[in-house]
Structure formats: C-alpha cells, structure tokens
Design a protein around this ligand. Structure first.
Ligand code: GTP
Ligand code: IMP
Ligand code: MG
Length: 356
C-alpha cells in the first residue's frame, strides 16, 4: 500500500503534522521524502520537542520505520548531517546515491536579485536544479561525508511495496508553487504534484494507492506572489471568523502593520525556513479543485481547523465539531469534490479526526 502526501495549496499546509500522524498510525515499513529539497520546512513534534525539518522525512517519529531521501530530492550535506544527529536516525536513514547536492555557490546565487524578485527561500535549490539541467551538479556519491548513508532508494522502495509493506511518500511545497502549474514565475524550481513525488522516489503511476492532498482551513503564502488575493483590512472587518481572530490578536498584544499581519503573527504563521510572516488569504476553492484533479487526490486532509474555530482545538470525533467548523469542512468537500477524511485540530499527532 503506497500513500503520497502532497501540499494542495501553497506549501506549509501542515504536511509535517499529518505525516507524523500517518507514520505513527499506519506504521509504514518505509517513509521516503520526495519534493524539491531543503527549501521545505516541516514542523513536527516528538515527545514534546519541536523539530523544524528540511531534509529528514517527518515520519522519523515512528522509530520502527526505515527512512529514505528520494533520488529527485536535492541534498544540503551539512543540513542533512545535523538533522540526522538531532533526530538520532543514523542507521535507519538512507540517501539515494544519485541525489543532487547543493553547494555554497548555489546558495550564494540564490541570494541574488533574480531570487529576491521571486522571494525564494535562499536555500540554493533553484540554482542547484539549474546546474542539474546543465549536467554540472555533483551528486551524493561524490561526497565522502555521505558514504554511510548511500543507497539505491528506488530499489528499497519497490522491494518494500512488492513485499506487501506500507510505504509513505512525503512530498513538499504545494500545488500553487509548482514550476508547471503554479503562478509562474513566482514558483519553485520543480513540479510539486503527486506524480513528480512518485518519480522522485522511483515509483511508477501504477503503484500508487492513495494520494492525500493537504489543505489548510485557510490559505497562507510566503514569498512574492501578486496573483494571490491576500485579505485586506476591509475584508477582515466584513468577515465574522477573521474579525474574531483580529480581536483576539489585538487583545494578545501582537505587533503588525495590517490586520493580515497581526492575525498571521497571532496564529504563528511565519516561515519555518525564512522566519518571514506568511500572508493570509481565504480558502481558494477553484485552485483546490484543480489541484485535486492534477494530483488525482483520493483523500483531502484539512489542517488548522482549530486556528479558525478555537473551540475545535484537540477534537478527535466529528460529532464534537461545532456547527461553523463542520460547515466549513462540508463546503470544502462539496466545492473540491473529494472526501475530506482527515481533519487536523491541533499541532500534535493525536489532535486529529480520522474518517478513513
Ligand atoms: P511545507 O513543506 O513547507 O509545506 O511544510 P508543512 O506543510 O509541513 O507545514 P509547516 O510545518 O511549515 O507549517 C504548519 C504549521 O502549522 C506548523 O507550525 C505546525 O505545527 C502547525 N500545524 C499543523 N497542523 C495544525 C493544526 O491542525 N492545528 C494547529 N493549531 N497547528 C497545526
Ligand atoms: P525556492 O523554492 O526557494 O526557489 O522558492 C520559490 C518560491 O517557492 C518562493 O515563493 C518560496 O517562498 C516558495 N517556497 C519554496 N518552498 C516552500 C515551502 O516549503 N513552503 C512555502 N513556500 C515555499
Ligand atoms: Mg513549511
């Protein structure tokens, strides 16, 4: 059984949290990281400790699962080794020998004017992928520091699937950031859909059973993007849910120039990699529907419901959801046309309604 978790909107949907739940609950034999590279920042909690992971699969929370970084994923060697040490995963984590490696020159280039215009994460991913296309990028097998971790990840993944084990594939970023489908040129350096995630770890289309598209109950975006309609002060004022959050934000004393920024800081919406405040927007149903189509989503997961409706915090049973929160879930399901089977009501793995 192979499940792929993808970002449905603009990244930071809370994939880290969902993956940690699936890793503990579905007990995958192998968890493989797909996606672009260390531009991603996933937030995961394990034994009360918070991890901001950029290289290691979030599924590391299940200590029995083997972990792998797929062939298509860019590796930042220093970052990888420091996360291995932080998560104590040496011995069960592997990197495909053909992964492209980001070097200092790529990071320097990613701090230049072109990158600033797009608002990249500065992690060197774009320039490294450009070098890969030019066939000048060095690969994991060229770095002695990685020799204890090198493996043939597609071989591992396919052997696990063929022997009947569960395999969980973690994509990163989100559909709206795809090099092909996103708001070009305000996009990342690769496609971010489920098919690319499968290819990243060496799986073909006929091997995939489930595609879980993750959406936040609202939208957030880091980086530049004139095509996203961010909430204005007036729109916040006209909407009951956002007005309530603005009041709570102001009462808590957070700083911010606009209602959007105040609510973002209040909700903890700032970039894991860059620390930039995320810009907030209403749920984009049309984009979500298109994203579910291109991803062939079988399941929708909605996260951060408790941030919009605080009374749903920690709820684990559908019947205990308040009517506003339940109405929001029903509307997403209807507009997107795919069943919402996972609803996240808090940052910890156990804060979840699982309807699968
Ligand atoms: P990307 O790869 O960048 O897309 O990362 P991501 O999708 O894993 O999301 P990220 O961890 O960057 O941001 C999500 C934030 O929301 C983190 O701080 C999570 O701890 C938190 N979070 C996730 N789900 C929930 C939820 O249901 N409720 C609350 N309150 N927080 C959540
Ligand atoms: P890059 O991937 O660093 O080149 O950045 C390109 C665009 O994608 C910028 O708008 C980034 O903010 C955005 N981006 C890249 N990775 C993530 C992510 O993990 N979460 C949210 N936005 C991201
Ligand atoms: Mg993130």
């Amino acid at each position: 059984m192979v499940s792929i978790v993808v970002g449905g909107h603009y990244g930071d949907e809370g994939k880290g949290k969902i993956i940690s739940y699936l890793a503990l609950n579905d007990k995958p034999e192998l968890i493989a990281r797909a996606g672009v590279g260390p531009n991603a920042g996933h937030t995961v909690y394990k034994d009360g400790k918070k991890y901001g992971l950029r290289m290691i699969p979030c599924g590391f929370v299940n200590e029995k699962s083997k972990l792998a970084v797929g062939t298509g994923v860019l590796v930042d060697v220093e970052r990888f080794l420091s996360e291995v040490s932080d998560t104590q995963t040496k011995g069960r984590i592997f990197v495909d020998k053909r992964c492209g490696v980001i070097e200092q020159a790529h990071k320097d280039l990613d701090k230049g004017e072109g990158s600033k215009k797009i608002g990249t994460t500065g992690s060197g991913c774009g320039p490294a992928n450009a070098a890969r296309v030019n066939r000048t990028l060095r690969r994991a097998m060229d770095f002695p520091e990685l020799k204890d971790y090198l493996a043939d990840v597609p071989q591992m993944v396919n052997e696990a699937v063929d022997s009947g084990g569960n395999v969980l594939v973690e994509a990163s970023q989100g559909f709206g950031l795809s090099l092909y489908y996103g708001n070009y040129p305000y996009v990342t350096s690769k496609d971010t859909s489920a098919s690319s995630a499968a290819a990243d770890v060496g799986l073909g289309p006929t091997k995939i059973d489930d595609v879980i598209a993750v959406f936040k109950a609202y939208m957030s975006r880091v980086g530049e993007d004139p095509f996203v309609h961010y909430l204005t002060d007036a729109e916040v004022g006209k909407n009951k849910v956002w007005s309530r959050l603005l009041k709570a934000a102001e009462d808590s004393g957070v700083q911010g120039e606009t209602a959007n920024q105040k609510i973002a800081f209040y909700l903890g919406e700032k970039g894991t990699v860059t620390g930039r405040p995320r810009k907030l927007a209403d749920f984009d149903y049309k984009l979500a529907r298109y994203s579910a189509m291109v991803n062939s989503a079988t399941t929708i997961c909605v996260t951060c419901l408790d941030k919009l409706y605080p009374e749903s915090s920690g709820v684990r049973n559908l019947k205990e959801l308040g009517s506003e929160a339940a109405g929001h879930i029903r509307k997403i399901e209807k507009e997107v046309g795919v069943k919402v089977k996972l609803i996240s009501t808090g940052p910890n793995p156990e804060d979840l309604i699982d309807l699968r």
